[in-house]
Design a protein around this ligand. Structure first.
Ligand code: TPP
Ligand code: MG
Length: 311
């Protein structure tokens, strides 16, 4: 949360900037390590339901959320661990949620796909493709005139949903403070988006005269600059903006998908990777937690959170 407030307004000293850079980088590493851990736990059968990992797309969520204020609202996708951690949710409580524990962010009831945490501005993560678009548009209506904004994260596949067009049209006509962030990772499940998408994605908001840009979603600073511009536009009362962030998921769509439908060599050429090493402390897995359903955890560590995700 601090990271969200400290960086948007006023001029920064060099020390502040170094602190900011490190903090944003730390969040990206945290997301990657969190997802690696979730994947391992999922394969051990410890995670309820399914999971969709955010690995590779970190710069999008971290860049966009870095320019938000606490009273702004964010709607994420089922690939929402990344959105949640970027907003500063406690990784331990998020992991507890995935493991069905009462100590989870939603008391173990939301699982991987439907986390809500209004304290950090997270209105919800949506399992329905494009659900985040409708939720953020509604939030934008409620926030109109307040100086706060609503952000929708969604995938390339969601741009072929009916309410993508309805919501963008509504937001433009009603001049709503919404920032639409399309995470174009090149695939909807196992299908290249080019096989199911007529024309370009960016042409769609542009046809509605919504300020729009396509950018390198692997570049944190490019994402952050575009998000700042879009958020300032919305705060001024000048309506919605659209960002198409080109990114790449380093893992399969969900569960045990090995991603074999993707051509050889595609992955290393694109996507963001942290260097080797441990950039963030990992949440603990073990413990005798209060669980919903079956028991989880292999070790004897505490079930308590490790504290705030961000300083
Ligand atoms: C309304 C709806 N239709 C279909 C699905 C099944 N489904 C889950 S993920 C997915 C692909 C979405 O792709 P994209 O929007 O590009 O997001 P990504 O998974 O690539 O992040 C589909 C079709 C769903 N969850 N909701
Ligand atoms: Mg996609």
């Amino acid at each position: 949360m601090l990271g969200r407030t400290a960086v948007t307004r006023g001029s920064l000293s060099v020390a502040d900037e170094v602190g900011l850079y490190l903090e944003l980088y730390r969040r990206m590493v945290l997301i990657r390590q969190f997802e690696d851990l979730v994947n391992a736990l999922f394969l051990q059968g410890q995670v309820h339901g399914t999971t969709h990992l955010y690995s590779g797309q970190e710069a999008v969520a971290v860049g966009v959320t870095s320019v938000l204020d606490p009273a702004d609202r964010v709607a994420g996708t089922y690939r929402g661990h990344g959105h949640a951690l970027a907003l500063g949710l406690d990784p331990q409580r998020l992991l507890d949620e995935l493991l069905g524990r009462e100590t989870g962010i939603c008391a173990g009831r939301a699982g991987s796909m439907n986390v809500v945490d209004l304290e950090h501005g997270l209105m919800g993560c949506f399992g329905i493709v494009g659900g985040s678009i409708a939720a953020a548009t509604g939030a934008g209506l409620a926030l109109r005139g307040t100086g706060n904004v609503a952000v929708a994260f969604f995938g390339d596949g969601a741009t072929n949903q009916g309410y993508f067009f309805e919501c963008l049209n509504f937001a433009k006509v009603m001049n709503l403070p919404v920032v639409y962030v399309c995470e174009n990772n090149g695939y909807g499940e196992y299908t290249p988006f080019t096989a199911v998408t007529a024309g370009s994605i960016i042409a769609r908001p542009l046809a509605m005269e919504i300020p729009s840009q396509t950018l390198d979603g692997n570049d944190l600073w490019v994402v952050r600059a575009a998000a700042r511009q879009a958020v300032e536009t919305a705060r001024r009362g000048d309506g919605p903006s659209f960002i198409e962030a080109l990114t790449y998921r380093f893992v399969g769509h969900s569960r045990s998908d090995p991603g074999k439908y993707r051509p050889e060599g595609e992955r290393p050429a694109r996507g963001w990777s942290p260097p080797a090493g441990r950039g963030a402390s990992r949440p603990r897995v073990g413990g005798r937690e209060h669980c919903r359903g079956r028991a989880h955890g292999a070790g004897s560590g505490s079930s308590k959170g490790t504290g705030r995700a961000v300083p």
